[in-house]
Write a protein that binds this ligand. Structure first.
Ligand SMILES: C[S@@+](CC[C@H](N)C(=O)[O-])C[C@H]1O[C@@H](n2cnc3c(N)ncnc32)[C@H](O)[C@@H]1O
Length: 223
């Protein structure tokens, strides 16, 4: 098995095991998060109503649904069949597909926007250039990327979550490091936002949100 297959297998197994508990714990992840809703609103405005948007690593689909409620043609992709089962049950009107965001079954240049909302946090740093190249491949010229992740240096290992016999590392990253990697992958950085941890839902580090754009002839503004 290659290193890539190793971490994909471990990530899929983890989320297949915890999907129902995860969905219950993060039942309304945007409900008391006005900053996050605002950033997703900015993203929707940048993409515009004509653009199709992929929520990559969508988990239970709450962000996909929020993007849909903002008028976007949004669909979700996730590695984990159990996470997708929850997403489809909770959001029967939306489209969810199984796959890896490192190797998407999506045509070149076909999306107006890509959201990766806490889904790059299990991708080893050495694989991030390939991940960002794949995001860039599927975006149309001028298309927008919104990347959310925990800020910081040290990974957090989650061992036996909700009593399940699984373990996974949650990688935290410096926003400057992610910005450099996005630039190296051919994106133009639009903005970076870091909010302080608020202690809710076991949150102990800052939360980072980067807007980036694939250069090209697409109309519209940068974040
Ligand atoms: C922390 S959860 C976040 C889920 C959702 N975005 C949210 O904010 O609730 C991470 C999700 O990313 C998915 N994921 C991680 N790596 C992935 C990959 N390479 N391709 C597709 N999904 C991936 C996991 O299966 C999991 O559902």
């Amino acid at each position: 098995m290659t290193d890539t297959e190793d971490f994909l297998t471990a990530t899929r197994a983890f989320y297949d095991t915890v999907a129902e508990d995860y969905a219950e714990h993060f039942r309304d992840p945007l409900g008391d998060r006005p900053l996050e809703r605002g950033l997703l609103g900015v993203f929707a405005e940048l993409v515009g109503p004509a653009g199709t948007v992929a929520d990559l690593g969508c988990g239970p689909g709450a962000v996909t649904a929020y993007l849909g409620s903002l008028g976007l043609d949004a669909f979700g992709v996730d590695l984990s069949a159990s996470m997708l089962g929850v997403a489809r049950r909770e959001n029967p009107a939306l489209r969810f597909e199984q796959g890896s965001m490192l190797d998407l079954d999506i045509a070149d240049g076909s999306l107006g926007g890509v959201v990766s909302w806490y889904s790059s946090i299990h991708t080893p740093t050495g694989e991030l250039p390939s991940l960002f190249a794949e995001f860039r491949r599927v975006l149309a010229p001028g298309g927008h990327l919104l990347l959310a992740f925990q800020a910081g240096g040290e990974p957090r290992r989650l061992d036996r979550p909700w009593g399940h016999p699984v373990t996974l590392d949650f990688l935290r990253r410096r926003p400057e490091q992610m910005a450099e990697l996005l630039t190296a992958a051919g994106f133009t950085l639009g903005s970076r936002t870091v909010r302080e941890p608020d202690g809710r839902l076991s949150e102990s580090v800052g939360q980072a949100f980067l807007f980036a754009r694939k250069p090209g002839d697409g109309a519209g503004a940068d974040a």
